[in-house]
Design a protein around this ligand. Structure first.
Ligand code: NAD
Ligand code: GLY
Length: 348
């Protein structure tokens, strides 16, 4: 079992990571609490057996259900079941369930305790930790939400055994991003995460990988819970990714697939603009290539549209693009003001 704490004073919480922990999950849940599990059918059909005796509300499966309708339906079910502020909501599923259940828990009765039990790689290394909750609107993704820390995060890496391969790859991009930002997250001697990932056997190492990622995310969130600055490093590769997802209508690439392309673009941009040297650039591309991720945006797309979409990102401030730019091995800085020609070149 691996444990770590996200130290946020009175809102601190534990992340517990252990293969097969779901089999004993009830040992980690206060028996005096009235529990409401929010999940979806796909996940609950596989793991629901470990949650018998609890109230269960299933939402639709997919990003298209991360919306006001689902939120309203969940609230109505919770309230009509007589939920009280002393009760507990459990989010069991991937990032979609985690974000919606988190938003629901944070607003229902002005806040009901929440435990995140993430079952996708993306959710285990990123979305279940740090307290961001959200639903999508017709104006864009994640535009309505709260910062609401869970009381606990329980991670069973063996749930990845039932996760489709494409979803593993999606989560892998979020894992790899930590290799490029490690020095922003933690001070540490010894083997770098970049080297660890280069040499490990992925399937055998998920428990350790998830622990290392959660530790880095915890350290960032402890210093900058509400994204005043440092937390933005977690968006490495994401500015290009959001633009790519937007111009492809969120239907071609999963988020992680777009992040893989986005990481290549920002590394190339950093090289073109002289922020990193050629040897680190080449080493980085070689590293990303090892994981069989597509790094090149399909040539059939209009790259000018990607540039246009970059400017519509919700993180654009005063018309300036903000990039999490690699500047050295495993180190990034926030950089603004990049010329359009270089942006386009980095997509090629
Ligand atoms: P997802 O939640 O849609 O899950 C992907 C698919 O895998 C779904 O069909 C799901 O039902 C299925 N699934 C989940 N666990 C499974 C398992 N163990 N076995 C078999 N199938 C399983 O996608 P995701 O990639 O986990 O999350 C994406 C969402 O996360 C996006 O909405 C994104 O905005 C959000 N996100 C939030 C944060 C945050 O900090 N809150 C960070 C990153 C991403
Ligand atoms: N996934 C980015 C963040 O939590 O800030």
């Amino acid at each position: 079992m691996k444990k770590l704490t996200v130290d946020l004073k009175e809102r601190s919480y534990e992340i517990i990571i252990q293969n097969d922990i779901l089999k004993d999950v009830k040992n980690y849940i206060d028996p005096n609490k009235n529990v409401f599990v929010i999940s979806n059918k796909t996940v609950f059909d596989i793991y629901g057996k470990y949650f018998d005796g609890y109230n269960v509300f299933l939402m639709g499966d997919g990003e298209e259900y991360k919306n006001f309708d689902t939120y309203k339906a969940l609230l109505e079910k919770l309230l009509s079941s007589g939920i009280q502020r002393t009760d507990l909501i459990i989010a069991l599923g991937g990032g979609v369930v985690g974000d919606v259940a988190g938003f629901t828990a944070s607003t229902c009765l002005r806040g009901v305790d929440l435990i995140q039990i993430p079952t996708t790689l993306l959710a285990q290394v990123d979305s279940s930790v740090g307290g961001k909750t959200a639903i999508d609107t017709k104006f864009g993704k994640n535009l309505v939400g709260t910062f609401y820390q869970p009381k606990k995060v329980i991670i069973d890496p063996n749930t990845l055994k039932t996760l489709p391969e494409r979803q593993i790859k999606t989560g892998l991009s979020e894992v790899l991003k930590y290799a490029f930002i490690e020095r922003n997250c933690i001070d540490k001697e010894g083997e770098t995460f970049f080297d660890y990932l280069s040499n490990c056997n992925l399937e055998d190492s998920f428990e350790e990988i998830i622990y290392k990622c959660c530790l880095m995310k915890a350290k960032v969130v402890e210093k900058d819970e509400k994204e005043g600055g440092l937390r933005a490093v977690l968006n490495f590769g994401h500015t290009f990714a959001h633009a790519i997802e937007k111009i492809t209508n969120y239907t071609v690439y999963t988020h992680g697939e777009a992040v893989a392309i986005g990481m290549k673009c920002i590394l190339k941009l950093a090289f073109i603009k002289g922020y990193i040297k050629e040897d680190y650039y080449k080493k980085s591309i070689e590293f990303l290539s090892k994981f069989n991720l597509q790094l090149q945006l399909d040539k059939k797309y209009n790259y000018d549209e990607v540039i246009k979409a970059l400017y519509s990102d919700k993180k654009v401030k005063y018309g300036k693009l903000n990039f999490v730019m690699p500047v050295d091995f495993a180190l990034v800085e926030l950089v603004h003001n990049i010329d359009e020609l270089s942006l386009k070149e980095s997509l090629l």
